[in-house]
Design a binder for this molecule. Structure first.
Ligand code: MLT
Length: 311
């Protein structure tokens, strides 16, 4: 009897691939390229993706034997979970695999933004020794607003408390008592905008969160706000951020995720005060190892008809 077939549509850790190869025929395709993805889905039992592959109704239609969509990461915004469920396809992810890496990336961008790390580096390697131009600000004693106090937001709070920051957060799904246990004061989004020196976004992307940080939100921002988005592109409206930077309402930003990815050109690139990255929040050796092995185990369980627990 032939082995079930698994399509790995994006980069997956060698440990994850090795686990899959124990039981399955493993095929590769570039999931970001629909002309490769759709035919490659034709007779697979499972597909493994990260964030560059969209599994929507069209992709599900192209995969009549599909039983599992496995997302090697946290977010499920690139998978149409309702359409998959209607088609009888199980969707699994690796919900804790990269939360530490994502939290560290947010803190990394916050520090880089506060100390002008990227422009100072660029100036120096171009032969310019500019100390006063790149004077920064401390995190100590500053108010940091965390928008989304879930798993990643909580890890960010834990890490930032070591810097002596005052922590406030907006999250309609968290109880004030739970936030207080983390040393965080729960407030409205308006209050986060009004009181924060730094804001960091840690929400999933969905119809309620797209465009949440908009012109209206920036109009309430405390002067010299620095804002970080290592969650999902589009939660923070990039055009609104551009205007807020241009008008001097916002002093800096750290942007890891983009409305349209890959993004290799953006009006935000014109600002020295904006440090950017190509969606690297989950891109650490540790997170990729965990994501790869967690989803490989889930695919094995699912294709052998067993219960798939939350990782
Ligand atoms: C996630 O949702 O966990 C990450 O965005 C995964 C990735 O980097 O592809």
């Amino acid at each position: 009897m032939s082995k079930p077939s698994v399509l790995v549509a994006e980069e997956l850790s060698p440990a994850g691939i090795a686990l899959l190869e124990e039981d399955f025929d493993v095929h590769r395709a570039d999931g970001a390229d629909r002309s490769q993805l759709l035919p490659a889905l034709a007779d697979v039992d499972a597909v493994v993706v990260r964030s560059a592959t969209t599994i929507d109704a069209e992709a599900l239609d192209a995969a009549p034997n599909l039983k599992v969509v496995a997302r090697a990461g946290v977010g499920l915004d690139n998978v149409d979970v309702d359409a998959a469920t209607k088609a009888g396809v199980l969707v699994v992810n690796a919900p804790t695999s990269n939360i530490i890496s994502a939290a560290e990336q947010a803190v990394n961008l916050m520090l880089a933004t506060s100390r002008n790390t990227a422009p100072a580096h660029n100036a120096l390697v171009n032969g310019e020794w500019k100390r006063s131009k790149y004077t920064g600000v401390e995190l100590y004693d500053k108010t940091v607003g965390i928008v989304g106090l879930g798993r990643i937001g909580a890890l960010v709070a834990q890490r930032l408390s070591a810097f002596g920051t005052k922590l406030i957060a907006y999250d309609p799904f968290v109880q004030p008592v739970r936030a207080a246990q983390m040393g965080v004061e729960l407030v409205s989004l308006d209050e986060v905008m009004e009181r924060s020196d730094f804001i960091t976004v840690h929400l999933p992307k969905n119809k309620d969160t797209i465009g949440l940080i908009s012109d209206d939100a920036f109009s309430k921002a405390k002067p010299n706000l620095r804002i970080i988005n290592a969650a999902r592109g589009g939660i923070l409206d990039e055009d609104a951020l551009y205007r807020a930077l241009k008008e001097g309402k916002v002093a800096g930003a750290g942007i890891d995720v983009w409305t349209n990815e890959p993004c290799t050109d953006s009006p935000l690139f014109e600002f020295e005060s904006v440090v950017v990255a190509p969606h690297l929040g989950a891109s650490t050796e540790e997170a990729q190892e965990k994501a790869g092995t967690q989803v490989a185990r889930s695919v094995k369980l699912a294709l052998s008809g067993e219960f798939v627990p939350d990782a």
